[in-house]
Design a protein around this ligand. Sequence first.
Ligand code: ZN
Length: 551
Amino acid sequence: MMKEVSVIFLVLALLSPSYGADETVSFPAAMMTVPELTNYQRTSTFAEVVAVVDALRQSSDLIHRETLLLTEDGKDVPLLVLARPPIATPAQARASGKPVIYIQGNIHGGEVEGKEASLIIMRDILFGDKQHLLDDQILVFVPIYNADGNDNMSSDARPSQELSPLMAGERQAHGYDLNRDGMAVETAETRALYLNVIQRWDPALLVDLHTTNGTWHGYSLTYAPSYHTAGDGATSAYTADVMLPAIAQSVKEKFNLDFGWYGGFDYRDWPPKELRTYHHAPRYLTNNMGLRNRMAILAETFAHDRFYKRVHAANVFVEEILEYTNTHGREMQRINAQADVRTASRLQQQTGAIENGIQFEMAPLEEPLGLLSYKYIPYTTPTGDTEFARSSEIVTIAGVLNYNRFEATKRATVPTAYVFPAELSQVAETLTEHGIDVAVLEQDTRFEGEVFSVTGIETQAFVQNQHRNTLLQGQYRSASQQFSAGDYYVALDNRLANLIFYLLEAQSDDGLAYWNFFDSYLQSALAQNPGDAAVVDFPVFKVLSIAAPPN
Ligand SMILES: [Zn+2]
């Protein structure tokens, strides 16, 4: 008996942090991350992440563990909920009124800084000097989102990082880039994110932590909001114009680090005249959140920094985001909720009169920026060509156009509902995985609206996430069409209307048509209707009447 007691006492002593005379917190080794214990030579494996998470859980009741998913390789990926007082269910989160903030690391298996920073921040919140970050928010962490990719480590996975750390994981998960799967939902990770995070916990903000692999700019970390695409602009505008500038300023004041807008430039055009961000498409998870009227931040630590600096930058960024959301989270909740109401109600007054963008191009902000960059020096080669050498000096280049917004190049009318035949059950299933309500017609029904006549099917030459994407040519015409009991009906009088629109529009540049969901339907319809005038109707009918939806 005595022996058992002393063993238990010893275990508790090993697992509980203690404070030294100088107020520095001392942690048990089990709570230290692999980079901290290896002089930043190594990054954690999945098992090592789980070991730290388990050590935190054994000593604190403020952390609740759920399973995000079981991966193809059989890993039980943890999702951690930190709250004070502790909670274990979304109902408790809602009852508290506090916003839920969601942080995920490692979606690209080789980009490991967010994974390590998440572990460090959870430890500092639970046992260090950051407990106040639970005052007015609930935090959900998935430190290791692409667990299978993370463990597929090699020394040549991240060439721009010069073997710091010595090995890093693989970008993809079983051949899929998880940050291109936001619309098609073909991976277990995306399915789990939508079901077990977005639908279950409804975070007000998603933070997706990456590492760059290109441009030698002069920032420790670069960021982007969710881009507007076809959504309500308020959530993105708040993130870009209010939240991110405030966070960048506090990072500069507290840590003397320069954070700035994500983007790249061509040094051969030295000095750069424009900084261009990445893309608007909602296959990227941060953009997808914008279509759901929720905020999102993409973060990219600077690949060419040493590993310890990248972990520090990720750590500081998440900390300052959480300082911001701890005091402004309720305001963010209100902005999101107002966007929900606008999205769900706007069709009631203006049926058939609203258009949203379905294809976009990048455009510059009005205000140019002073861009921090490593300076390039032009020199003449023996053959007389001009080349550029990168110097070690960081300079500010004034007047750089900041391509950091998107304008619609093609628009379409927003319907009151979409209807499509029962044989397209895969489409219905994918919409459901997005969290969209899909109804089934109980009786044969005639609808008034528009149908898209497909006059051409263009297949893209390159392969993206194992697809050759499809672009449809054609035009809408007014039509009246009979549908049968068992066909699918998707109403747009709800807060996910912008997402539904982007998924189901025939010419959407990132919709289900683009992701080949209708290819076999269209091809077999064309085969039945051969000849010169090979025209086929896109099977998703747009309902424009305001008649009450069928039961
Ligand atoms: Zn990435």
